[in-house]
Ligand binder design. Structure first.
Ligand code: NG1
Ligand code: MG
Length: 460
């Protein structure tokens, strides 16, 4: 597998790099030695299925995290941000001091970077005798907690910063896998989509990302298609709520219960794709099985089906002794199997030019959103309203992107209609969100194209 390219800075990056270098010099009293850039991403289709092992279809976006990096003299790690609202931090270069920062209760922006440093350090440690401390300065342009993967871009930056600074030039898939592992240190049991696309993205093409083993293949979007991101302005920080992790638990339990009902050793089954593989069924058949075999269950009922005690179950999935939750196993598993099928159809439609290509892609996006709204229960009124407004403004399709409970919508339109669409939806957003005439709408609604994955800038 390829390595992260080391490239001279392009013109688009140069002015930001200069500004960041200046900030770096002011804070660290030395010049940066190199820079890294890690993009955010937008997922076109395939939501909440990566952690069940199914393929997804994201692309990198232009918005990114830039980090200026230099060796520190005192073997410490120092992290600053160009935006003064993000406080700086300084710590020892050791796993124990990274972990101490991560254990602190407050939610801090730099924790994501420290997660990356932690797992990057583990990688570097095995290949090197001496690990050098780092001075770093960060500048992000990805809106936080908006479903565009700002957190994962920070995590990936941490892994890339510490490995590259220590002259460890690893393959992209290793960096992606380690970054996915790193982000779990924050406490969200996420899948690997965001880190995979951050490293494996290529300019001009979306990617079908498959897992176990990690692979990325091109999904060439129709020439006429234009994707537009619109921001509901509702923020959702996954790390602060347990609804994301609850979905992960529900999908895992659904997999185990289907296995149990089919006489498969359910303890060996971890995720929904495992049980599909053992049963040798199609996604459509699996969705039917989910509808027949699963229902809403509480912990007691799940224990009865699996014939285990609550204590045994809590060793398998994260539940508490006094857990009173109802787990919506049927709806969640149905979504996963149907969404996984939509991803494959989306890819197939992209591959075969036809007159109704855009219409069909739009229909798949609309179906995806409906499923996220009604089966996966991860949308909110404001996001549903934004999807409806996008359709009203003439989008062929629109859906929430990322984990949901807020954040952004991705809409599909065509080249001839794109400007008018952006203007029309922008006007509707301005009215719905009571925005003043001074509001910079370009940050709330913008066209997006498939961008390049992570890179190292040696010079600028
Ligand atoms: P967001 O919340 O958009 O960063 C999360 C997960 C993805 C995936 C999507 C839903 C992490 C780092 N990211 O993305 O893996 O499950 O939700 O499709 O947990
Ligand atoms: Mg994220």
């Amino acid at each position: 597998m390829d390595k992260v390219p080391i490239v001279p800075a392009d013109d688009a990056a140069k002015s930001r790099l200069k500004k960041l270098a200046w900030h770096f010099e002011c804070h660290h009293k030395a010049k940066p030695e190199f820079f890294i850039r890690v993009p955010g991403r937008v997922n076109l289709i395939g939501e909440h299925i990566d952690y069940s092992g199914y393929a997804v279809c994201p692309m990198a976006i232009e918005q990114n995290i830039l980090v200026a990096i230099g060796q520190s003299k005192d073997d410490r790690i120092s992290i600053t941000n160009i935006d003064p609202k993000y406080e700086e931090i300084d710590m020892d270069l050791s796993i124990s001091s990274f972990r101490e920062v991560l254990m602190r209760h407050e939610i801090k922006w730099y924790k994501y970077f420290v997660c990356g440093l932690t797992e990057g350090f583990e990688l570097a440690k095995s290949g090197l005798e001496l690990i050098r401390g780092l001075n770093t300065s960060i500048w992000g342009t990805i809106p936080p907690a908006a479903g565009l993967s700002s957190s994962s871009a920070l995590v990936c930056s941490g892994v890339l910063a510490i490995t590259h600074a220590n002259k460890l030039h690893l393959a992209k898939d290793i960096l992606a896998t380690q970054s996915a592992k790193a982000e779990r240190l924050i406490g969200t049991e996420g899948g690997g989509m965001d880190h995979a696309i951050a490293f494996l993205a290529q300019q001009g093409t979306a990617k079908l990302i498959e897992f176990n083993p990690l692979r990325a293949t091109d999904v060439t979007l129709p020439r006429d298609a234009v994707f537009v991101i619109a921001d509901s302005m509702k923020r959702h920080n996954k790390a602060a709520f347990n609804n994301y992790n609850t979905r992960v638990v529900e999908c895992k339990l659904a997999a185990k219960i289907i296995a149990k009902k089919y006489g498969i050793c359910w303890r060996d089954i971890e995720i929904l794709i495992d049980v599909q593989r053992v049963l040798g069924k199609t996604l459509k058949e699996m969705a039917d099985i989910a509808a027949q075999e699963l229902s809403d269950c509480d912990v007691q009922e799940i224990c009865q089906i699996l014939q285990v005690s609550v204590m045994e179950l809590s060793a398998i999935v994260k539940i508490d002794n006094d857990d009173t939750r109802k787990f919506h196993l049927r709806k969640r598993a149905q979504h996963v199997f149907e969404e996984a099928a939509r991803v494959i159809e989306f890819r197939d439609v992209c591959c075969q030019e036809s007159t109704n290509q855009i219409q069909r892609l739009g229909e798949l996006m609309i179906a995806s959103h409906r499923s996220l709204r009604y089966l996966f229960d991860c949308s909110i009124d404001e996001v549903n309203q934004l999807v409806d407004m996008a359709i009203d403004s003439g989008a062929a399709g629109a859906r929430l992107t990322g984990a949901g409970w807020g954040g952004c919508v991705i809409a599909l339109t065509t080249k001839d209609k794109a400007d008018e669409f952006v203007k029309d939806l922008g006007d509707k957003m301005r009215e719905a969100y009571h925005l003043s005439d001074e509001t910079d709408m370009d940050t709330l609604i913008f066209k997006t194209e498939p961008g390049q994955g992570a890179a190292v800038y040696s010079k600028f």
